[in-house]
Design a protein around this ligand. Sequence first.
Ligand SMILES: [Zn+2]
Length: 420
Amino acid sequence: MTPPVDVSRLIARLDALGRIGALAGGGVSRPALTPADGAGRALVVGWMRDLGLEPVVDRIGNVFATRPGAVPGPSVMIGSHIDTVATGGLYDGNLGVLAGLELIAALNDAGIVTERPVTVAVFTNEEGARFQPDMLGSLVHVGGLDLAAALDTVAVDGARLGDELEAIGWAGEAPIGGVAAAAYLEYHIEQGPVLEAEGIEIGVVEGVQGISWTEVTLAGRASHAGCTPMRLRRDAGLAAARIATGVAEIARDIGGDMVGTVGSLRLRPDLVNVVAESAVMTVDLRHPVEATLAEAERRLAGLIARVAAEETVAASTRVLARFAPVAFDRDLVGRVEATAAALGFGHRRMPSGAGHDAQMLARVCPAAMVFVPSADGLSHNTREFTAAADIERGLRVLASLALDLAGRVGDVPRAEEIRG
Ligand SMILES: [Zn+2]
């Protein structure tokens, strides 16, 4: 049964949240633990209270708002994030959180009492563009990263995570991992072009590919661009460019689903007539198979060593994030698929190219994801867009399955259907 969800109410909340940190010309900028993130959190938590929930904030700033069930115990948890990249859109993360609130609103409207509690979760710093690793809040929640280490994380802008969390007023008191989930569902835009290209309405996500982020620092020597012969240079900029090209060659050579990206490259002193003294760059490698990802990492290490030797620069590397591929719970994935089919929506199974909080929750409970199409496959882009009709289909899949998992008082008990 689908609770009486109202997509226009969900879209009104998406638009309102999108006005916080709105960029001129469209899109939104709410990087993790900036004042804009704080303002976004305040809006969402206000909505939670309006729905009769009592949100709790844990010590890494994750927010959990639980609608009680008839039987106390682990919740059916709906979650995602509301931080964005600096040039983000309205949908990434926000959709999953606000769809959870829409489910709560629909349950309230219909006076439905569930057997299990239903929790809406907002996880801190999912994006990882400011503080690495990404999915930090959910990683801490599941015990994959020590709280003290997480609070000591230093941002690309030099700020300490714990200080920023205090500064925006979201360092909570609740213990880490205090809210247990019987199952976790995350509703998200695809962020890629597959569903739109194939004309399919719902993506049934089977897992998340592995992610490897490395920061490469190259130290050369600044010298005059006009007076230094090529053979006598120690050009960190040239070395960085060769590594960037090499990353693409590694990805193309491995082929298939392998992708490699140099998304950040900073040169010093970054002047037209000076050979670069230093370069700091990032390499993002992803693949659904662990052995292949590890092979790409080996080749990257060889590439960096070779280029550094040939260009006479010193190279050092630092791991920013490393997560193995994750397979979601087979039974729960099957139930996402069955729900989409029962509602009459075109669907297909697919991996997620992006990392998500669901991959962390999968360590502690059955987890699964629902995808809907992204227009032009765009995400992490101010033009990110998903049409209302698509949003409604995903919302109905999420709400139907969540209610099914939570169990409606009066229905046949379903407690044995999900692992508690
Ligand atoms: Zn996201």
